[in-house]
Design a binder for this molecule. Structure first.
Ligand SMILES: [Zn+2]
Length: 410
């Protein structure tokens, strides 16, 4: 077998000819040219006559053994009837990319399945470069049909850049994947998604799960005529936890410097734990709080009772339990709970819809946890675009077919 043939088979790219190679730098440079005679426009990919060549360019390819491999070629300039004078497209790489499709495919696969440090080390590129590659791969792998047939959606906000910036993410609950993400977390952010969707597809949406506090409600009212708003159970519970914390802080403030205050501070693990996971010593502690600090114990019961009310599977049971809870909380003389009760009463319909819709389940929660992890992982990126691309890559239903070692047919 001739060296050029061997090299072509090792590269694994069918659309090129090998013309020579150079090993003098320690990296393997392979001089190539496209197999097709007629050049194509790099922007629109239409055939276009070429006239001269620009200087040689290099594309990083998958390594062969230890050495790094680069394809070298001087692309032709073409005169495209639509785009004007452009550099031709090369079949082994995306326009304006310094990496081959195979290199980008493997990078995206690693970004999807492993941690930040491993991707950078294995591919020998920076995290910012990983971000640009992921953005490109997502650009041609994301399902263009993903916005069709949406029935039940969830909208969440994610902070990135250490809580200074926000993204709005829309999840298709039926297919369990992200369908849209955009910078910002206001009603107008979500409205721009609905505008992209158009009135016909908006009308098909039957349920939308959102956070009670977020400004999304307005956008849903204005754009989704047939959707039931559903409030996330975990978010409702978080309101009660926050109210409980406020009561506890108030009690601590009043008892500061006294032995009771110290005791109460030490007991924080007891009141923050789930009641069923308390051991005997902790149960005793809880009984002490009951005797010595009536407001805090009342707040504790309110927090736990709400969690229980939200667990009912039949709507009428849940409604009865919630209405009892609201009456109790409103009369509790604990300001934070009176306020929470007012918020929940105002949104009772959406809170109860949760019981009917069962939109929040383990898999959706897991999706949110994963997205939060991705947002943290993306701290090194510049701007929201690479983060959005990484979210699509990892949770957008993209199945990659990476160029892993195996027999090839070139
Ligand atoms: Zn063109």
């Amino acid at each position: 077998m001739r060296t050029k043939t061997l090299l072509r088979r090792l590269l694994g790219i069918t659309t090129l000819f090998v013309q020579g190679f150079d090993f003098s730098s320690g990296d393997l440079l392979v001089f190539v040219r496209p197999r097709a005679k007629l050049p194509r426009c790099g922007v629109c990919r239409a055939p276009a006559p070429g006239f001269d060549s620009v200087s040689s360019r290099r594309w990083r390819h998958l390594g062969l053994g230890r050495p790094r491999v680069w394809l070298v070629y001087a692309p032709r300039r073409v005169s495209c009837p639509t785009c004007g004078v452009r550099v031709e497209s090369v079949p082994w790489a995306a326009h304006n990319s310094g990496f081959t499709h195979d290199f980008e495919g493997l990078t995206a696969y690693l970004a999807q399945s492993t941690d930040k440090t491993s991707v950078q080390k294995l591919m020998g590129i920076s995290w910012a470069t990983v971000g640009r590659i992921v953005d490109r791969v997502v650009g041609y792998r994301l399902d263009p049909e993903r916005l069709n047939g949406l029935k039940r959606i969830g909208v969440d906000e994610f902070s990135y850049r250490r809580r200074h910036k926000y993204l709005t993410v829309v999840v298709d609950h039926d297919r369990r994947r992200i369908v849209w993400a955009g910078p910002g977390a206001r009603a107008t952010t979500l409205a721009s998604f609905f505008e992209e969707l158009g009135p016909r597809r908006c009308a098909e949406i039957e349920a939308a799960k959102i956070d009670m506090s977020a400004g999304y409600h307005k956008a849903i009212r204005e754009h989704l005529p047939n959707a039931q708003v559903v409030f996330d159970r975990f978010h409702v519970q978080r309101l009660a936890s926050d109210a409980f914390d406020a009561v506890r802080r108030e009690e601590l403030r009043e008892l500061r410097g006294t032995p009771e205050g110290k005791d109460l501070f030490r007991s924080r693990f007891v009141v923050l734990k789930n009641p069923w996971s308390l051991n005997d010593g902790e149960k005793k502690k809880l009984r002490e709080i009951e005797k010595s600090n009536a407001p805090l114990f009342r707040a504790y019961l309110l927090k736990e009772t709400l969690a229980k009310a939200l667990e009912y599977k039949q709507r009428w049971r849940a409604e009865r339990a919630l209405r009892d809870w609201l009456a109790w909380a409103s009369r509790s003389k604990l300001k934070p709970f009176v306020k929470t009760a007012r918020t929940i009463r105002k949104h009772l319909d959406g809170v109860l819809a949760y019981v009917d819709e069962r939109l929040t389940n383990g898999i959706v929660e897991e999706m949110n946890t994963r997205l939060r992890m991705i947002a943290r992982r993306a701290f090194g990126f510049h701007g929201p675009q690479p983060l959005i691309a990484l979210m699509y890559l990892c949770r957008g239903g993209i199945e990659l077919d990476p160029p892993l070692p195996g027999p090839t047919d070139v």
